[in-house]
Design a protein around this ligand. Structure first.
Ligand SMILES: CC(C)(COP(=O)(O)OP(=O)(O)OC[C@H]1O[C@@H](n2cnc3c(N)ncnc32)[C@H](O)[C@@H]1OP(=O)(O)O)[C@@H](O)C(=O)NCCC(=O)NCCS
Length: 197
């Protein structure tokens, strides 16, 4: 089955990156309030870094390693964030899993766009990528993101340590996880899916 490069929700269009999106990434990410929650994003965040990231996302998608999409508002297409699933590559894989990550520009918090985009991405991961498990990591004081993740059905699955580039510190993070069978059962409980799972 072909992997769609655009996902649509009620208010959002999630789509692939283009080089001309770089200034929007800089406007959103050159901000401590956003970046402090993200392990890999440096601060300050420059146009050059945004262009490098966009090039990386394009290669990683083609190689099936990382499926990152920009979150844009319908209509108009304003870029408000990013969401993605990075496929895990364990030495001896027993299942196919990926890590969910996302951010929104600070001005766009509080409207439910995060849960809306993340719901579409989880659906994409299980239905289109055929994943067995979706994982996430989250700082324990990131209550807003934890609400999003647990609302999607991800459950605590341990703790680990991550280096946060902008903080210059290695911090303990919560690990959360949702397996395909649990997700499918929650889908059945909600509504019948449009496509077979
Ligand atoms: C995390 C993020 C994507 C959330 O998206 P959002 O659209 O702002 O989410 P919302 O404001 O709609 O809130 C989602 C839920 O959190 C709840 N919430 C909001 N503020 C909260 C707080 N301080 N504590 C606990 N829950 C909170 C909302 O009520 C909502 O719950 P509901 O769906 O049950 O009503 C966004 O805040 C963000 O980009 N943060 C910075 C980057 C980040 O943290 N990325 C994730 C790293 S793990």
């Amino acid at each position: 089955m072909a992997i769609p490069e655009r996902l649509e929700t009620r208010r959002l269009l999630l789509r692939r990156h283009r080089p001309e999106d770089a200034p929007a990434l800089v406007r959103a990410l050159d901000n401590w309030a956003v970046v402090k929650w993200l392990a890999e994003v440096p601060l300050p965040y420059t146009l050059e870094q945004a262009l490098d990231w966009i090039a990386l996302t394009r290669t990683a998608w083609q190689q099936g390693r990382d499926y990152q999409l920009l979150i844009t508002l319908k209509p108009g297409g304003t870029v408000i964030g990013q969401i993605g699933l990075r496929v895990d590559t364990p030495f001896e894989p027993v299942e196919r899993s990926a890590e969910l990550g996302y951010w929104l520009a600070e001005a766009d918090w509080g409207h439910g766009y995060g849960p809306e985009a993340a719901g579409a991405m989880v659906d994409f991961g299980f239905r289109r990528l055929g994943l067995d498990r979706i994982r996430a990591t989250c700082l324990p004081d990131n209550h807003r993101s934890l609400t999003v993740l647990t609302g999607l059905g991800l459950r605590p699955a341990g703790k680990t340590w991550l280096h946060f580039v902008a903080r210059g510190a290695t911090l303990e993070v919560l690990e959360l996880s949702l397996d395909r069978a649990t997700w499918r059962a929650s889908m059945r409980a909600d509504t019948a899916p449009a496509d077979p799972v």
